[in-house]
Write a protein that binds this ligand. Structure first.
Ligand code: ATP
Length: 239
């Protein structure tokens, strides 16, 4: 279980998170919803320990993963030792490398060769578009295909906890659906997911539970189905 408790985070003098608490259980798909500037990216960066100067500074709170406080481990261990991966906003793929090369690079720290081959098949099974474009340079992929590649890379790194920052950003409604369907499939086959989203419609359709963040505070939480019916959520986030 990932348990964020009373997390306070600031950037210089700007307080971005005012003591947020939430949990993600093994096997769940949880959404963190909120408008621009609510603190969603800050939350993910704090969990992943993205370092200063760009990174946020945690001034109080804990991020407990299983029995470890992640705030006390070196950032690279969050991925390599604890098996939590991040698919950042903006994707961060290597544009001058091919699809296949991008996926292979993600496996550099793994030694389980047999499992790598299996995972590669799995990625191409989940994303047939990537299979068709194995040898294509990543910077010539469409936005949606790049997002798929970013998700594929996280999976190929061997992690089974994946945090995603606004995967639907800039995609057509059809592609958004496709991506969330794949996310759900990943989740149902053993990957725990925390997804940050502005698109509440989409996230509440696929997630088990959700939290709503407003200016650095969690203002609502509950099963996704219930939140989707909540009058306040409907008014503020579902239009
Ligand atoms: P968006 O959906 O627009 O990405 P968000 O919910 O992810 O928004 P954050 O990016 O976490 O929000 O920002 C939370 C607050 O922290 C905002 O007020 C933002 O201006 C501030 N902030 C974010 N990054 C920095 C930074 N590097 N330096 C100073 N303030 C920052």
């Amino acid at each position: 279980m990932l348990e964020v408790k009373d997390l306070h985070v600031r950037y210089g003098n700007i307080q971005a998170l005012h003591g947020i608490s939430f949990t993600v259980r093994e096997g769940e798909m949880v959404a963190l919803l909120g408008a621009n500037g609510a603190g969603k990216t800050t939350t993910l960066c704090s969990i992943m320990r993205l370092p200063p100067p760009e990174g946020p500074v945690v001034t109080k709170g804990t991020v407990r993963f299983r029995s470890t406080n992640l705030l006390h481990v070196p950032p690279h261990e969050v991925v390599a030792k604890h098996g939590i991966g991040l698919v950042p906003e903006g994707r961060h793929i290597f544009g001058n490398l091919t699809v296949m090369e991008n996926l292979r690079i993600a496996t550099y720290a793994r030694k389980d060769t047999g499992a790598i081959a299996k995972d590669m098949d799995r990625v191409f099974g989940l994303f047939p578009r990537l299979a068709d474009r194995k040898n294509q340079r990543a910077d010539t992929l469409s936005g949606g295909e790049q997002q798929m590649l970013a998700m594929g890379r996280a999976f190929m790194s061997g992690v089974r906890w994946i945090l995603l920052d606004e995967p639907s950003m800039g995609l057509s409604p059809l592609l958004m659906q496709e991506l969330f369907r794949v996310l759900k499939e990943l989740n149902e086959t053993g990957t725990t997911i925390l997804v940050v989203e502005q698109n509440a419609h989409l996230a509440l359709r696929y997630a088990h539970r959700a939290y709503v963040l407003e200016t650095g505070r969690i203002v609502m939480e509950g099963p996704a189905r219930e939140l989707a019916q909540d009058p306040e959520i409907k008014k503020a986030y579902l239009g």
